[in-house]
Structure formats: structure tokens, C-alpha cells
Design a protein around this ligand. Structure first.
Ligand code: GUN
Ligand code: ZN
Length: 443
């Protein structure tokens, strides 16, 4: 049983406030302390100051390491864990050949539980403590993921995938069953423990107008529920949407006609948008979710940081596993940086880290709970070890200031992996410790 009062000593970096990207407000303590009581953070600051006022706290010495907030992955697919890195197709063929057959396995309840557990282990091993995850069309896949997340007191947002056409019969629901099952899942899970529901129409091609209309009604009736879907990922997909919805002004308009474009909407990809679509996303304060490793892997296109900034649309980073090639959010930032480079627009490492912590937390109205290390938030945090192998030891200097901390985060985004995550804490519980793995439930 963990002692209720904890003091963690380390270098500490986080973004305490909402910022207008690409400007960001960063806070760094070279010799810092994070004070935790039960599941919440109660203070963060200089070790010397906080030690004096917290004498009866159990001390953990992570000197030389860096504490950052638990990471937020704003878009990925838990059933695709086992089909990560499948060779050779672009989006639509990849869905037909790999994704749909894999998702069919989730008709089996026990299989859902097995993969939900594997998925959550991958997140925690990589320092991700909040995920916006797609389940499958089967309601038991949602039950399995929320149940597993609840065991770890983890912040999980998921929803039943809805699709009533243009997919194999074995995965099809109907407009009515999608509405009834989504409603029942909202009632069962939304707001229990740290679980939140996201209405999840897969993407416009796999939903009829009627299905989108019924889900839009649910969105209206449940304003605190999220909406997650895909938008403008692949040229073939964009053309297909034009044929399927000839009356819509644009791809985004298909969703907009059904009350699905608002502050709690997360649109995966956003690669081939018109000016009007960017403007509408900005008006609605909806989030564009940049999935760099997926976009490179499927050859979908290059996300335009320039356009997102120009139109002032919030950006969140995400892995999009299993089209994305790594659960590791650092690696996904590394791919985002390369995509920026190809377009002459470098993504600064601190801005990239903001897009997986405080940025999305603020966009989603969750900054009182996650995304930063402010007092009152959940004690979801990660301890990074810059010297986890010979190369990282050679490459990373001691953490003396913000520049060396940024440089280390940058280096780990290319040469790092889950071994750089020394420990992951969720709601004050240490769920991963690299050097004590045998002792942990997750090992
Ligand atoms: N578009 C519709 N479904 C999917 C999916 O599962 N992955 C990706 N990357 N794009 C999609
Ligand atoms: Zn996706």
C-alpha cells in the first residue's frame, strides 16, 4: 500500500497555463519537488522550499531525472494494438485488408478483455496516462476498455465505433442500434471513475446520413460527451465523401450538419482541408489531431502546422496506433518534427510537448484534472531517465536548465523508447518502474 503523503525530488517541467500556440508558457525547476497526497498533486516548486514545509512526507529521490505530466494521446485505436506495422497499403485498402478482419475478433468478450489489458500496458510503459481511444463496433469492447482503465484509476475516453455501411456485414450496426447502444454506454460509463464517453462514428464513408443524424441528437442531449472521428486523411477518401454526400459543402460539413463540430470534437488527421474547413474548425474551437507516424506510414499526406496556426485551430498530437507506428508519444513528436522540416516549418520540442499535455487538456476543458502538474490535478506524471542506455548517456547532458531539458526531450524523441520512461504514476500510484518491473502488476 502506498503511503498517502509523497515528495518526489527531480528536475520538473510542465506548462501551467493555457497558451496561444506556438507561444507557450513553460515552468522548470532544476531541483524541484512534486508533493502528492493520495491521488492528487498538492504542490510543485523548488525542493528547498517545499522540503521545509513538508517534513513528514515520504521522499523519493529522482535527482538527475525529469518529471513531466502524464502524456495525452488524443487519437488511437485499442483493437489495432496487435496489427501495428502491417505492410503495404494506403488507407482504404489497409482498412479492408487488415483493420476490419482484426476488429471482427472483438465480437468475443474475452478477447476484448485480453487486448484492452495489453493496450493499457503499452500506454503506461510509454508514459501515456490519458487516451482518446476508438473501440470497435461491439459494445463489449467499450466495456472491456473502461473496466480495465478503472482498475488503474486511469483517465480513459472511448466509445463504440458506429458504422452502418461500406464495411463488411460482420461489423455493421444500424442507425438505431448505434444510437441505442451509444446511449446505454454513456449512461453506464460517462463520468464513472475517470472514464468519459466519446461518440465515435468511424468516418463519414461508413455512416449513413440517418446514423449521423441520430448520433448528432445524442451529442445535443449529452453536451459533456466528446465526439471523435476522422477527417480528410487520404485523397481517395476525400473524393469518396464528395460522392457519398453530394449536398454537403465539404467533408467537415457532413459532420457539421449533424451538430458534431464543437469544442469537444476531435478530428483525426485534417490533412487536406479547404480554407472554409479550417475557418469552421477555428470558429467551433474544435481540435485538429495531428497523427504524424500514421500519416507517414499510410502515405496519407503532410499535416500543415502553418495552416493550423494561421487559422488558429488547436492542435493535439496523437499516435493513431495501429496505423501509427509507435505508442511512444516522444517518437510521434519526432515524426511531427520531420514532417515540419519537409515543409520548412520546424515544430519546437516544447510546443510539441505542449500538444500532448496542457494543450489538449485545455482544449477539452480537462485542465483541472490532467495535462499539467498544478495543485488540485490528478497525480498523473512520468519520470524520464535521460541516461537509459549508452547512446542516450553520451548524447544527453545533465539537466541544468530549460535548454538542457528541452534538448533531452528532443533527443529522446529520436533515440528514445519506453526504456527512457523510468516510472509512470497514475492518480498517485506507481504503475511502472523500469528498475523494479518484477514487482509491478504491469510487468
Ligand atoms: N479512417 C477510418 N478508420 C480509420 C482507422 O481505423 N485508422 C485510420 N488511420 N484512419 C481511419
Ligand atoms: Zn484513427
Amino acid at each position: 500500500m502506498t503511503h498517502a503523503k509523497q515528495l518526489y525530488r527531480a528536475s520538473i517541467l510542465h506548462f501551467p497555463k493555457a497558451s496561444q500556440q506556438p507561444e507557450i508558457d513553460v515552468s522548470f525547476f532544476q531541483d524541484g519537488a512534486l508533493i502528492v497526497e493520495d491521488s492528487k498533486i498538492i504542490a510543485v516548486g523548488e525542493y528547498k522550499t517545499l522540503k521545509a514545509s513538508h517534513t513528514n512526507y515520504e521522499q523519493h529521490n529522482y535527482t538527475g531525472k525529469l518529471i513531466i505530466p502524464g502524456l495525452i494521446d488524443s487519437h488511437l485505436h485499442f483493437p489495432q494494438t496487435e496489427m501495428i506495422a502491417k505492410y503495404g497499403d494506403q488507407l482504404l485498402a489497409w482498412l479492408e485488408n487488415y483493420t476490419f478482419p482484426t476488429e471482427n475478433k472483438f465480437k468475443d468478450n474475452e478477447y476484448c478483455k485480453l487486448i484492452a489489458n495489453q493496450f493499457i500496458k503499452q500506454l503506461i510503459n510509454n508514459g501515456t496516462t490519458t487516451a482518446f481511444a476508438y473501440a470497435t463496433v461491439h459494445k463489449q469492447s467499450v466495456d472491456a476498455l473502461f473496466s480495465c482503465a478503472s482498475q488503474y484509476n486511469m483517465s480513459m475516453i472511448t466509445g463504440k465505433v458506429c458504422m452502418d455501411r461500406n464495411c463488411p456485414d460482420y461489423l455493421q450496426d444500424t442507425p438505431e442500434s448505434a444510437q441505442i447502444e451509444s446511449q446505454a454506454l454513456i449512461e453506464k460509463w460517462h463520468g464513472t471513475k475517470r472514464n468519459l464517453y466519446a461518440l465515435t462514428p468511424r468516418f463519414a464513408p461508413t455512416s449513413s446520413d440517418k446514423q449521423l443524424a441520430l448520433l448528432g441528437e445524442l451529442a445535443k442531449d449529452n453536451p459533456s460527451v466528446f465526439i471523435q472521428t476522422h477527417l480528410s486523411e487520404n485523397h481517395g477518401e476525400v473524393e469518396w465523401v464528395k460522392q457519398l454526400f453530394p449536398k454537403s459543402k465539404s467533408y467537415l460539413d457532413v459532420y457539421d450538419q449533424h451538430n458534431m463540430v464543437h469544442e469537444r470534437s476531435l478530428f483525426g488527421h485534417c490533412l487536406h482541408l479547404s480554407e472554409h474547413e479550417w475557418e469552421r474548425l477555428a470558429d467551433a474551437k474544435a481540435t485538429s489531431v495531428f497523427c504524424p507516424s500514421s500519416n507517414l506510414f499510410l502515405g496519407s499526406g503532410l499535416f500543415s502546422l502553418e495552416e493550423a496556426y494561421q487559422y488558429n485551430v488547436p492542435i493535439a498530437l496523437a499516435s493513431d496506433v495501429g496505423a501509427g507506428t509507435s505508442f511512444n508519444m516522444f517518437r510521434n513528436y519526432g515524426d511531427a518534427y520531420k514532417i515540419g522540416q519537409l515543409q520548412g516549418n520546424k515544430l519546437n520540442v516544447l510546443v510539441g510537448f505542449y500538444m500532448m499535455t496542457q494543450g489538449p487538456a485545455c482544449n477539452y476543458g480537462l485542465e483541472q484534472e490532467i495535462g499539467n502538474l498544478n495543485p488540485g490535478t490528478y497525480a498523473d506524471f512520468v519520470v524520464l531517465n535521460p541516461h537509459f542506455n549508452a547512446l542516450s548517456t553520451l548524447r544527453c547532458d545533465a539537466l541544468t536548465d530549460i535548454e538542457s531539458a528541452s534538448d533531452m526531450l528532443f533527443a529522446l524523441s529520436f533515440i528514445g523508447d519506453d526504456r527512457a520512461v523510468e516510472a509512470t504514476y497514475i492518480a498517485g500510484q506507481e504503475l511502472k518502474h523500469a528498475r523494479k518491473e518484477q514487482e509491478y502488476a504491469l510487468a
